[in-house]
Design a protein around this ligand. Structure first.
Ligand SMILES: [Zn+2]
Length: 765
């Protein structure tokens, strides 16, 4: 497998409308990948249309992107981002809505009045930003506002008037509720019950608001452009109006239609206004045509609403696809059900018809996901030439979703060529090569091979890894053999089989050590037994012998001892020495190819190294003057001198052996020192051949936070350091100044300078 480097991107400044349901992808990734795999102007296929951003970015990079979408809401998002409504139309649509009549009132004033609440401090009537509810209650318990008169702001207990208002709106609810589901499903329709259930996720006030506004979509007599603009604004309100907004926020990205214990009811008028700025900020035009019209060679989007299989014949004849890109869909019952509901509300029953199955299905499990992905992959292979590359992003990865995706792909004859993973919080970057389904042979899963693959990854990493990492290492080994699914098995059996194989591989093998307080294999971290010994007097020699037995021959030539975090530190400092004033992205671009695939370091680790060694000045990183190589060499000599001077005051003679400074008395070694200019603790431990209880590692104060960060994230390092003293240069400088220095004071001082004190600057992951 030709492992590719993780392609770094940028977090979007504005996540855009419905961001909690669209895949969280970085920008600049697919446009960096494409040029190396397909000439500009060529056809690229996005078979899922799951992420509007992805197709847009490819089109902007000069490709013709054929996108298939069957979710009407995702399709609308894609259309709106490709051909955004103008700010003028959005504003005009909002103004038209506000100016419409509701009895003697203006509609805008009427709708806003639904959210009036008395300020607790000054008593003026003001608009609440939101009301807070507890599940199952019929009135809100609190409200959140900022008073424009007295500036009182925050969460305040609900007022009797708030409760009265909520009850009054609830009294007319039946009518609005029946209107709301008639738009989705006709009365005799068998889907009525599902539509009703979905609508249960709207409280009476937002439901009244939304049905009132949606009715105006039909009656306002808007130009097509303004209608489209208003539809976009209402869509934002549809999302803001449901009960899936927990308070305080924990579940940022809901997957299921579950009402939280406490939730927020937003002021939907404010949300319409917020929609205005959200849609305006997504603006950037890309040419878009509806199938079968084609965009120009300079790039654009051709959108096909429907399923992939309906396209196969025609595409193969007329659209030579050079590459496939896609954000892999993951089951989201909440979004899919709501999509059907919203499509019905916004465009009527006909629009929801092809998507109605989403309303009915209650449970989406990973076997369902694998079956659906496999069907899509199979149709895809009918449309493209053998050897076409497929770059896929798996966002919000978890072990089960990765197994599902790799199994579905392997069973469809997509050959895994590369898998690059940063953390569980970043999308996994997969590269498949389209194979030949007819020539496909499945292999047998070999537990031994899986164990070797996991062990090889851990040895190469030189430190423990998350379960997701070792799981991925095992899956890659199975994918290479086409052993993820036997032909006669259903997907649920295949996925279960793989899961228990991987679990057994970790649990059965004495080489693997689980650092975890939890029972499940998926918690905590996994490491190699021989890398974590450090208690007692085990010498490095013995450790190395163990390591040599565990590491496959091909890896032994590499530097397997050095931990990933130490390698990251070395690489970044070396890069900054050669390239001062680099931006973060340039550092990532240099680093990731050195540590490809599953080794990709986290951004948290990069920041930990950068903040230890460098300063960010006007957006670029520069090594601190004290960390210039010459300054550090001078300091190392100084510290060596101090060790000798302190030793002589304590009646020890000091002798240097390799990189260790030994305090001796009567020919016996009493204390040993290892001086670091870096935070390469792993290296220091490897190069210290003395019992941990005797060893003192000395490092610069500026490195202590980084050392603490490393110890905190790497339980094997923490275990090896258990009985080793780590002190800062400063301590030695203080000791030499003491008028009276005894061996007892020395021991006390050394024990009282723990790394833990440096943890305040820590960054997780
Ligand atoms: Zn006030």
């Amino acid at each position: 497998m030709d492992v590719q480097a993780y392609i770094p991107g940028m977090k979007p400044v504005e996540p855009g409308p419905l961001a909690r349901f669209t895949p969280p992808l970085e920008e600049g990734v697919v446009s960096a990948w494409l040029p190396a795999h397909a000439p500009a102007g060529s056809w690229v296929l996005d078979p899922f249309g799951f992420s509007p951003r992805l197709a847009l970015e490819a089109a902007r990079a000069g490709y013709r992107v054929l996108v298939t979408v069957n979710n009407p809401i995702t399709r609308f998002l894609l259309e709106m981002s490709a051909r955004p409504a103008s700010e003028a139309d959005l504003k005009a649509a909002m103004a038209d809505l506000a100016a419409a009549k509701k009895g003697n009132e203006r509609l805008g004033a009427h709708l806003q009045s639904l959210y009036l609440t008395p300020c607790e401090k000054c008593g003026n009537e003001i608009f609440a930003d939101s009301f807070l509810w507890r599940r199952g209650e019929d009135v809100p318990y609190a409200r959140i506002y900022t008073c424009p008169h007295c500036e009182d702001s925050g969460e305040r207990e609900a007022n009797p008037l708030d409760r009265e208002k909520a009850k009054k709106i609830a009294s007319t609810d039946t009518l609005h509720r029946s209107r709301a589901f008639e738009r989705v499903a006709a009365l005799e329709d068998e889907d009525r019950v599902y539509a009703e259930e979905a609508i249960e996720h709207y409280l009476p006030r937002p439901l009244y608001f939304l049905t009132t506004v949606i009715n105006r979509l039909d009656s306002l007599n808007l130009t097509p452009e303004r209608r489209r603009a208003l539809t976009a604004l209402i869509l934002v309100a549809c999302d803001a109006g449901n009960t899936l907004w927990d308070h305080p926020t924990q579940r940022q990205r809901p997957k299921q239609l579950n009402v939280p214990n406490q939730f927020r009811e937003y002021n939907l008028w404010t949300q319409l206004e917020r929609g205005l700025s959200q849609w305006t900020e997504t603006s950037s035009g890309v040419l878009m045509e509806a199938w079968p019209d084609q965009p120009p060679e300079s790039g654009g989007i051709c959108i096909f609403e429907g399923r992939l299989k309906e396209l196969a014949d025609q595409v193969k004849k007329e659209f030579p696809i050079k590459a496939v890109i896609g954000s892999l869909p993951r089951p989201n019952q909440a979004f899919w059900t709501l999509s059907a509901l919203w499509a019905g509300w916004l465009w009527g029953g006909e629009a929801v018809e092809p998507y109605k199955p989403a309303l009915r299905r209650r449970r989406y499990d990973w076997a369902w996901n694998a079956t659906a992905l496999n069907a899509a992959f199979t149709h895809l292979l009918e449309m493209v030439q053998t050897s076409t590359p497929f770059f896929a992003l798996l966002s919000e990865p978890e072990p089960a979703s990765l197994t599902s995706a790799l199994t579905a792909a392997s069973a469809a004859a997509l050959d895994l060529s590369s898998l690059a993973m940063r953390t569980q919080h970043d999308p996994i970057q997969l590269l498949w090569i389209c194979g030949e389904p007819l020539k496909r042979q499945t292999g047998k899963a070999d537990p031994k091979e899986v164990k070797e693959a996991i062990s090889a990854h851990l040895a190469e990493r030189g430190e423990p890894a998350s379960y997701l990492h070792v799981h991925a290492a095992g899956l890659i080994a199975l994918a290479k053999r086409n052993a993820l699914k036997q032909k006669d098995l259903e997907f649920d059996e295949a996925l279960r089989g793989t899961q228990s194989l991987l679990q057994a591989a970790l649990e059965d093998d004495p080489r693997f050590i689980h650092y975890s307080t939890g029972e499940s294999v998926e918690t905590g971290m996994w490491g190699l037994q021989n890398l974590s010994s450090g208690d007692g007097d085990s010498s490095v020699g013995a450790q190395n012998a163990q390591l040599a037995r565990a590491v496959p021959v091909s890896l032994r030539e590499n530097d397997t001892k050095e931990s990933l975090s130490d390698r990251v530190e070395i690489a970044i400092v070396t890069f900054l020495q050669k390239h001062p004033d680099s931006i973060f992205r340039e550092i990532e671009q240099d680093l990731y190819p050195r540590l490809p695939g599953l080794l990709t370091p986290s951004q948290g680790m990069i920041y930990a190294v950068l903040t230890s060694y460098a300063a960010k000045i006007e957006g670029t990183w520069k090594l601190r003057p004290e960390d210039a190589a010459s300054a550090r060499r001078h300091e190392l000599d100084q510290i060596a001198g101090l060790i000798e001077a302190i030793g002589s005051r304590l009646d020890f003679s000091t002798r240097r052996q390799d990189k260790n400074y030994l305090w001796e008395q009567n020919g016996r070694v009493e204390r040993t020192f290892y001086i670091l200019a870096s935070a390469l603790l792993g290296r220091a431990l490897d190069e210290t051949r003395f019992p941990p209880g005797q060893t003192v590692i000395v490092l610069p104060g500026g490195r202590a936070a980084l050392a603490a960060y490393k110890t905190q994230r790497d339980p094997s390092l923490a275990a090896r350091l258990k009985r080793v003293q780590v002190v800062k240069y400063r301590l030695l400088r203080t000791l030499i100044e003491l008028p009276v220095l005894t061996r007892e004071t020395f021991e006390e001082q050394v024990a009282g300078d723990p790394l833990e004190n440096s943890r305040s600057q820590m960054i997780m992951f």
